[in-house]
Design a protein around this ligand. Structure first.
Ligand code: ADP
Length: 483
């Protein structure tokens, strides 16, 4: 097949409920965005299958939480090892259905696996508390217990990592899951499930429901409405996150929401410009600009505005747009035509309001898109307010620190921000003043399993990764013992 996998049995085209790989009469096509060619068909599941998956997860819950933390950790370690062993095949599946360059796909598999390894280690470090009693005969204790069945709804931009970042801490904590991967990228999710089976997770602990964009709404509504599901972990757009939060209100579920961003990337006059350009390339063009932590707005101080633009354009001219399977490719296609339309809308709006195209973009056939650098961007433009999610880089000019902090914070979003500066007092002042969950200082790459990933304001609730990540899947139980 076109997949050319070393281990063809990783290509799973059925959903997973309990011990069973599930088919359905209705299926939908998974498309390679680079070629428009159908890669496979997977079940288009609905309410009934979702209820079955919830039931399977609920049935598996008791025995799973009764296992020792070490037993759960051992299974996670085996799953981790299998991801690493099959890194190349997983990367190919990912590139084919998602479009990102193979080298980035390999990187994502390592990144995805790192959460499994990390939470295998953390599983054994979930600890309660013993507190001094208010009276002599009282002994107070706090247990940490798994929240219960978890629903995970994930996006297409990181088909593996957005799943493991939720599944690994949930499994470590003793929760079972129903996962609904993005409609565009189910094959990576199902390959991860195949490896989870091989690792030896008991039936029902992990379930995957595949659905196309329409059916996904019904699947989501069923997950949110179910009283058996005690927690929803969602990564995706802010508008869908808000809808899901509303749908979870009647059953008061615990929520983790990783939503949209509008990351500022600030370069001060005292910055190391070469380092800033290098960071800008990473922060802007990873996954062709389709990540929630991608730099959306570049604020460049007047003294270095021209110099930065020039160096940045020189570096961007080296980037190669093409099929992700080509080892030379730096930017793959965007996920679909709608994504291209949105970037073009932002571009046209900016040009209509006086921005100028600074580089000479290559001509590309959609959904491929060449990087465009804009100068003289203004706050009134859509690129200032909305997440562009593509290879468009607007450069805004600013004069002083107070002004740029106000501009950077003038957004409903609060996920990632970046800045380049060398003056230590300034570094500290700006880092404190930016209203964001994560700040990259003199770096364009901030995500890893050790750090707490997450946003404030309309960028979401909760943190993933780090020693805190497992708390999202635990509930405290306070015991008051009179002796
Ligand atoms: P994107 O624009 O990145 O696709 P979305 O928020 O639309 O972001 O999608 C993220 C995930 O949410 C996907 O798995 C998608 O199928 C799912 N989704 C989208 N709309 C709904 C909905 N109304 N209910 C439940 N899940 C949804």
């Amino acid at each position: 097949s076109s997949f050319a996998l070393k281990d063809p049995s990783l290509l799973r085209t059925q959903a997973k409920i309990g011990a069973q790989w599930i088919d359905s009469a209705t299926r939908y096509a998974v498309i390679n965005p680079a070629t428009g060619i159908e890669l496979a068909q997977v079940p288009n599941l609905d309410h009934t299958a979702t209820e079955e998956a919830i039931h399977a997860a609920h049935t598996a819950q008791d025995a799973w939480k009764q296992r020792t933390a070490k037993e759960r950790a051992d299974l996670l370690k085996r799953w981790f090892a299998l991801l690493i062993e099959h890194q190349e095949d997983l990367a190919r599946i990912m590139t084919l259905e998602q479009g990102k360059p193979l080298k980035e796909a390999r990187g994502e598999v390592s990144y995805a696996a790192s959460f499994i390894e990390w939470f295998a280690e953390q599983a054994k470090r979930v600890q309660g508390e013993i507190l001094p009693g208010p009276q002599a005969d009282k002994r107070l204790m706090v247990l940490q217990q798994p929240v219960g069945v978890v629903a995970a709804i994930t996006p297409w931009n990181f088909p593996a990592a957005m799943i493991t970042r939720k599944a690994a801490p949930a499994l470590a904590a003793g929760c079972t899951l129903v996962i609904k991967p993005a409609p565009q990228t189910p094959l990576t999710a199902l390959a991860l499930m195949e490896l989870a089976d091989r690792a030896g997770f008991p039936p029902g602990v992990l379930n995957v429901i595949t659905a196309d964009s329409e059916a996904a709404k019904q699947v989501g509504a069923t997950l949110c409405a179910s009283p058996l599901v005690r927690k929803l972990s969602f990564t995706g757009s802010t508008s869908v996150g808000i809808q899901l939060m509303e749908q979870c209100a009647p059953t008061l579920k615990k929520l983790s929401l990783e939503l949209g961003g509008n990351a500022p990337f600030i370069v001060f006059d005292d910055a190391d410009l070469d380092a800033a350009v290098e960071g800008a390339l990473i922060a802007k063009y990873r996954n062709a600009g389709q990540t929630c932590v991608c730099a959306n707005r570049f604020y460049i101080q007047s003294g270095v505005y021209e110099a930065f633009a020039k160096k940045f354009a020189t570096a961007v001219a080296q980037l190669k747009v093409g099929d992700g399977l080509d080892p030379e490719t730096d930017l793959g296609p965007l996920i679909n035509q709608q994504a291209v339309d949105k970037v073009n809308d932002h571009l046209e709006d900016a040009l209509a309001q006086g921005a100028q195209i600074y580089n000479t973009p290559a001509s590309c056939r959609a959904p491929f898109m060449a990087p465009v650098i804009l100068t003289e961007a203004q706050s009134t433009m859509r690129v200032a307010r909305e997440e562009t999610f593509g290879p468009l880089a607007p450069l805004f000019r600013f004069d002083d620190e107070t002004e740029v902090i106000a501009l950077a914070n003038a957004t409903e979003f609060g996920l990632a921000a970046y800045f380049y500066a060398r003056d230590l007092s300034r570094v500290w002042r700006v880092a404190e003043a930016l209203e964001y969950g994560m700040v990259g200082i003199n770096t364009g790459l901030i995500s890893n399993e050790i750090a707490p990933f997450g946003g404030i304001k309309s960028s979401g609730l909760g943190r993933e990764g780090s020693t805190h990540g497992i708390d999202e899947y635990l509930e405290m139980k306070y015991l008051c013992l009179s002796i």
